[in-house]
Design a protein around this ligand. Sequence first.
Ligand SMILES: NC(=O)c1ccc[n+]([C@@H]2O[C@H](COP(=O)([O-])OP(=O)(O)OC[C@H]3O[C@@H](n4cnc5c(N)ncnc54)[C@H](O)[C@@H]3O)[C@@H](O)[C@H]2O)c1
Length: 322
Amino acid sequence: MATETWLITGGAGYIGTHVADLFIADGKDVVLLDSLYQGLESRVIYLRKKHNEEIPLHVVDIRDYTAVENILKSQTFTGIVHTAALKAVGESVEKPDEYKEVNFTATVELLKLAQKYGVKKFLFSSTAAVYGSPDTTEPCKENGPLSPISPYGSTKLDAESKVTEFINAPGNSGSSFRFFNVVGAASQELLDNSVENLVPIVLGKLNKGDAPVIFGIDYPTADGTCVRDYVDVRDIAAAHLTAANATKLIPAIINVGTGRGASVREIINLVLDAVNKSNTEVIEAPRRAGDPAFLCADVELAAKEMGFRSKYSLEESIRSLF
Ligand SMILES: NC(=O)c1ccc[n+]([C@@H]2O[C@H](COP(=O)([O-])OP(=O)(O)OC[C@H]3O[C@@H](n4cnc5c(N)ncnc54)[C@H](O)[C@@H]3O)[C@@H](O)[C@H]2O)c1
């Protein structure tokens, strides 16, 4: 069988490099595109050494449509994994236009170019933020209520519908994966360098000698703190590989989580244990607006339609960071 070649946008990012790592291990060629706005070339250099391969990295802004077209026209791609995006929820409120340009408009343009150059498979990085702030302790189902509360979530939801149109065209396939809270790392070189998720936030505080903060201790959950679904980045990569190798069509929208919830307090305690600082003071602050008590994935669709379930426990994910 001819070697497959996949274009990975955001290919120097946290998730993009984990997908690249697994795809290469599976015998696929990958071409990476990243503006290096948040991505790290050092991650790509690590992958080149690890796999002893010259992995092309195009340092291109996804909004530079001529440059993106030049990449797509230069060779045949089996599929695109589209992870490039801006993902800071708070920042998206301050810069809604930029979030729309990068997360929505550039996705639409990429889909048009994929269609033009005969790329048949498209895997889009969506997010649990499309569910907004549900007032329930039921896991979110793909066909359940959608109500993003930030421009970040809205731009991803709008992009999903364009991805679905592409996937529904004859001969095309793929999915929008709604990732929940992504944690862990396959190696130290591929760690998450953003401060959007709880675990990097807690680690950042500890490194500076500051106390971790819990926002809200009076939620209707077992320990009063918010519960989220933390899924290992290696499982996220595995879901992409499963989809890339699927021999039948998969649903256009799939949650990728664990189906298990962990509370903010549990996470902080796990991190403190991992760094031998279990006696560290933890600050309890008032709730933040818009934080739902409970946001976890219903993962049955991924299991049923794609044969995919996450493998890593939260403890393994936290341990992988050290
Ligand atoms: N990490 C999570 O918990 C999580 C959860 C849900 C969804 N997601 C989604 O997964 C995807 C990957 O997230 P990540 O955690 O790897 O973040 P990341 O910031 O590490 O990766 C995104 C990459 O996109 C690149 N990028 C940003 N703007 C660009 C532009 N204009 N042109 C080209 N490249 C650009 C960045 O440089 C970065 O390398 C994103 O779409 C994000 O919305 C992530």
